[in-house]
Design a protein around this ligand. Sequence first.
Ligand SMILES: Cc1cc2nc3c(=O)[nH]c(=O)nc-3n(C[C@H](O)[C@H](O)[C@H](O)COP(=O)(O)O)c2cc1C
Length: 342
Amino acid sequence: MSVHSRKEDHVRIALQEDVRFRRKRTSFDDWEFVYNALPEIDVAEISTQTPFLGTTLKLPLMITGMTGGYPDATRINGDLAEACQDLGIAMGVGSMRACLESAEHRESFTVVKQFSHNVPILANIGAVQAVRWKRAGILDRMVEAAIEMVGASALALHLNPLQELTQPEGEPEYRGVTGAIAWLVEHSPVPVVVKEVGAGISMNVAQRLAGVGVEMIDVAGAGGTSWSAVEIMRHPTPDQVDHLWDVGIPTAEALVQCRGIVPTLIASGGISNGVDIAKAVALGANLAGAARPLLLAHHAGGTAAILQLVRSWELQIRQMMFLSGSGSLEQLRTTENMICLH
Ligand SMILES: Cc1cc2nc3c(=O)[nH]c(=O)nc-3n(C[C@H](O)[C@H](O)[C@H](O)COP(=O)(O)O)c2cc1C
């Protein structure tokens, strides 16, 4: 199967099947805001603005990388980019491998440039490809092409060993990845964000990433979309991999493990409302990210449905900020705001 049609498969399965974790949750439910009966603030004063990649986001949120590389992805990425521009939030595109290795369907990525004027776009490549391209001496060329294709302010590199292991055509070959990341940090013309795809980043991994100069990590933890679930559904012998469905570090746990290690931390994986976003910031994230919930909203009602959903999340963020007496996200990001229930 070509990479182009695999990307189409992923979106179809994510839309049609229940690919959430079976038993595992994000663990945000283990945390609660300390109710502040004396907030000394008016709701109208609350600011949800946050600096990110040289711009100011209106909300601490991004749509994390999902798609591109097949015909219908042009419509999806265009709509997502339009929604992000309207909302003043950042956007990642899906893995750009297929369109870097062949010239087909590049418009499914370049389309975001039509809509994004002052919000950051993140290009996306995978760890395994980065190693291959580095060995072939073409990583610099691929990175420059990826950045140019979407007008990227940052390059997201995804770590996905679990997905590579469960994917029927997967390549579970991670030798050399740390060196490729170090090379990227040194040579990429834009900052590098290292992300998982829904199985989480641990303290140890974050420390090793920081050790090679990574300054931005998206923990992309467990509790939302299970990427092994998506691949198990595509597997010819699913019984061999079914026990991997729920593997991963819950997002809130990954966040707590990684905080303080890098200057910019993104919390994604199972973010499904504004309370999760507020809790993520209060636990140390600079911003949160969401993927499948926004793809589902888009499928149900296009750009308007994304705007409606994210505006309801904004209201919830503001409510939690008021009830914890936080006028700004910096104030929200103090651990005294949170108690762990377990
Ligand atoms: C349809 C779909 C395709 C995805 N493709 C990519 C990808 O190409 N590159 C990547 O880094 N992450 C990809 N992801 C992972 C998301 O960025 C995110 O890390 C993960 O889905 C967990 O977030 P969620 O629980 O909000 O969906 C994809 C997610 C979805 C739903």
